[in-house]
Write a protein that binds this ligand. Structure first.
Ligand SMILES: *Cc1c(COP(=O)(O)O)cnc(C)c1O
Length: 416
């Protein structure tokens, strides 16, 4: 399934700068805009409401999904907040996947709940669980597929049939695969939401988020919430995000090819006890992956994110992370560099252990956001780190490493 073209990523929604003729829309670094007369302007009045650089990114992000111009935000979580405020009010109910992004869980559980909006979390890999969770107060179903970091999938078309029948909106957090590899709006979803911070910007240089829909009224409501809450993206961040967008299909092809090779290599490694990647024939939902993810050329591509566990559990996993050199240990994904995350101590540290284990996030699980380097070099680094983790010298290295880097790492993490 693919209706996406790389040409749209480069040209879709773009316009030449009418003032100077610059090929690339300039970074319009201005808070405000001179009015021609009282009540008459050239389309912009104040940069909390709209900014030409952001507006162009919005047209481009809409164009790649055949949708109305997107609404862009300072962060992915700001986009989700606006989406929730646009679709839910006190007394309403939202059904969420149980393995969605941790920040989304915190937003629903700790903030929306205080506004009188209740949330139910279910395993959406079985769509029947969504149908069962919908109540007369439900206004929105919010899913994320593939799930982070277990790579469990949700059948978007099946969930969309349920939400359409129930008269409930369906939003999909499509950050992992982006519209290049997964097309929720074509599968019946009403809204897609992105942390553009990840693959869309793709170079670890700009935070951002976006909401996309073909329902123009809904988009206008999201835009109104953004104006009320003041959460628009800044012009420079929009410029960097737009630059990333042009190469998104190219990068995702490479991310996916590398991830497929690394997943297959990990699966054949006797020191590795489990590998989660939708492109492996051993993935329990591989058939769904082949239907739901996009084909580029002859192959279906499954994105750059995988997770695995080494023999030896949590301790061995920590040693692998500390011994990697080319791959960086960070709380991030979707960039050109290969990035490793230990969900239990990093992204999912807030989630109670029982709940983590119930959704398959074991203590030793390692998430890899496979970069666009040469696959052989990534494999060599992981091979060395895994081998070291399994001999005593590796254990000694670990002690030294932890002492040497503990301060720096602790202060990095404190800010997330
Ligand atoms: C990072 C992320 C978010 C939050 O985005 P920010 O830009 O960090 O606010 C939401 N959903 C997913 C799937 C993410 O990976």
């Amino acid at each position: 399934m693919s209706s996406f073209s790389s040409t749209i990523a480069v040209h879709g929604g773009r316009s030449c700068d009418p003032v100077h003729g610059s090929l690339v829309t300039p970074i319009v670094q201005s808070t405000t805009y001179v009015q021609d007369q009282v009540g008459i302007n050239k389309g912009h009045a104040y940069s909390r409401v709209s900014n030409p650089t952001v507006t162009e990114l919005e047209r481009r992000l809409g164009a790649i999904e055949n949708a109305a111009p997107a609404v862009c935000f300072g962060t992915g979580l700001a986009a989700e907040t606006a989406l929730f405020l646009a679709t839910l009010r006190a007394g309403d109910h939202v059904v969420c996947g149980d393995a969605i992004y941790g920040g989304t869980v915190r937003l629903v559980r700790q903030l929306l709940s205080e506004l009188g909006i209740s949330g139910t979390f279910v395993d959406t890999s079985d769509p029947a669980n969504v149908a069962r969770a919908i109540t007369p107060r439900t206004r929105l179903v919010f899913i994320e597929t593939p799930a982070n970091p277990t790579l469990k999938l949700t059948d978007i078309a099946a969930v969309a049939r349920i939400t359409n029948n129930a008269g409930v909106l369906l939003a999909v957090d499509n950050t992992f695969l982006t519209p290049v590899l997964q097309r929720p709006l074509d599968l019946g979803a009403d809204i897609t939401v992105y942390s553009t911070t990840k693959h869309i910007e793709g170079h670890s240089t700009a935070i951002g988020g976006s909401v996309v829909s073909r329902d123009e009224q809904l988009v206008e409501r999201v835009r109104f919430i953004r104006k009320c809450t003041g959460s628009i993206q800044a012009a420079f961040q929009a410029f960097l995000t737009g630059r990333g967008l042009s190469t998104l299909p190219l990068r995702l092809e490479r991310h996916s090819q590398n991830a497929q090779r690394i997943a297959e290599w990990l699966a054949s490694n006797p020191l590795v006890s489990a590998v989660n990647y939708p492109g492996l024939s051993t993935h329990p939902q591989h058939d769904l992956a082949l239907r739901q993810h996009a084909k580029v050329g002859e192959r279906v591509l499954h994105g750059g994110i995988l997770s695995f566990e080494v023999v030896g559990g949590a301790q061995a996993g920590a040693r692998v992370l500390n011994n990697a050199r080319l791959c960086s240990l960070v709380e991030h994904l979707g960039s050109v560099e290969t990035l490793l995350t230990h969900p239990v101590s990093m992204t999912h540290a807030d989630v109670p252990r029982e709940q983590r284990l119930a959704v398959g996030i074991t203590d030793g699980l390692i998430r890899v956001s496979v970069g666009i380097e040469d696959a052989d070099d990534i494999i060599e680094d992981l091979d060395r780190a895994i081998t070291l983790a399994h001999n005593e010298e590796g254990a000694a290295d670990l002690e030294a490493d932890v002492c040497a880097s503990a301060d720096g790492r602790a202060s990095c993490l404190a800010n997330v």
